[in-house]
Design a protein around this ligand. Structure first.
Ligand SMILES: [Zn+2]
Ligand SMILES: [Zn+2]
Length: 354
């Protein structure tokens, strides 16, 4: 390759502080098991904002200056000599959990919760840059017909699909609390996987309208109605079979447990920012609630299922996108993400922005 340096966004202070734009970064050198990706676009994640703010989670993980960005899509332009599963020209997205391959979890079919996991764009250089390298077994082929912009969404929104997968929603009544981008993925997945009645609650009417377009049968604004009362009316006083929380709000989680029938499945996808306490005996044990946590995506079942959801009748990636920004305008892009304006904002490190 003639090009010697590249543009990218670096977290270079081990403390609170904005990302720094650089145009003199070295192009990553790939190892034998890696691929080099020419990045088309990369979405901004809440985690990127946490890295800037240097919260507790970030402090434990980011140990050196790092190119950030992990929700990405692009083209493979070089492959290491051991790489058999990918070739130059493949369009790929990346699994941000880079598993070790040798711990108990990796050896027992749970690489997504690997004990020694490395994180693309967090503990190792990521994709707010013209080029990124990653181990080839952490790449996913973007199905034909889906644009790069949709490819960026597999990683961030896959947790919602994973929630729908573990809840076995076919033929069941389901409550989804929260309908940001991850919630919308959960909603479309639940509907496509055969939920009999899909109820969605949130606090914003405009978001609930999108939820309806993406597969919700019934929507409730919890600022306006007594949700538990409404759910009991709909279910003959029994409660829903499955509750999936994507909001991460302690209040919403307690309310969802009240809406759930005894013996039902609670699935937690949204991450609370502080500890949530439970009345374990009364809320969970006496009622035989099955309580399941979600971390990331199943590798690669969630990705394959999400590809089907993306191609299905409910999910529309265009409704999840926010603004598109050239990398030089990254400050504006991050300000939009921070403002809470709806939609995932995309950064284009090269001239693919149209
Ligand atoms: Zn993310
Ligand atoms: Zn492992």
């Amino acid at each position: 390759m003639d090009q010697k340096s590249m543009r990218g966004l670096v977290k270079d202070t081990m403390g609170p502080g904005e990302l720094v734009y650089r145009d003199d970064l070295p192009i990553p050198e790939i190892g034998d098991d890696d691929v080099l990706i020419k990045i088309h676009c990369t979405a901004i994640c809440g985690t990127d904002l946490h890295i800037i703010d240097w919260d507790e989670w970030t402090q434990k993980r980011v140990k050196k200056p790092v190119v950030t960005g992990h929700e990405t899509a692009g083209d493979i332009v070089a492959v290491g000599k051991n790489v058999k599963n990918r070739r130059v020209g493949d369009r790929v997205s990346c699994e941000s959990h880079v598993p070790c391959g040798s711990c108990f979890f990796c050896k027992n079919g749970m690489p997504h919760i690997c004990k020694n996991v490395e994180l693309f764009g967090i503990t190792q250089d990521g994709a707010f840059a013209e080029y990124a390298k990653i181990r080839s077994d952490c790449t996913f082929l973007i199905p034909d017909g889906l644009p790069y912009e949709a490819g960026c969404l597999f990683e961030p929104m896959g947790a919602g699909v994973h929630g729908a997968e573990v809840a076995n929603v076919k033929g069941k009544s389901v409550l989804v609390s929260g309908c940001g981008p991850i919630g919308l993925a959960a909603i479309s997945a639940c509907k496509q996987f055969g939920a009999s009645t899909l109820i969605v609650c949130a606090r914003t009417d405009s978001k609930l309208e999108v939820a309806k377009e993406m597969g919700a049968d019934i929507i409730f604004n919890t600022n306006k109605v007594d949700l538990v009362h409404k759910i009991m009316e709909l279910t003959d006083g029994i409660g829903v079979d499955v509750a999936i929380d994507v909001s991460g709000s302690g209040d919403a989680i307690h309310t969802a447990l009240q809406c759930l029938r005894a013996g039902g499945d609670f699935v937690g996808v949204g991450l609370p920012t502080k500890p949530v306490t439970f009345d374990l005996a009364n809320e969970i044990l006496y009622r035989e609630i099955h309580f399941t946590g979600i971390s990331g995506r199943l590798i690669w079942r969630t990705w394959d299922d999400f590809a089907e959801v993306m191609n299905g009748p409910y999910f529309d990636y265009r409704k999840v996108l926010g603004g598109k920004f050239a990398i030089e305008d990254y400050k504006e892009a991050f300000a939009r993400s921070r403002s809470g304006a709806p939609g995932k904002n995309l950064i284009y490190p090269d001239s693919f922005l149209t």
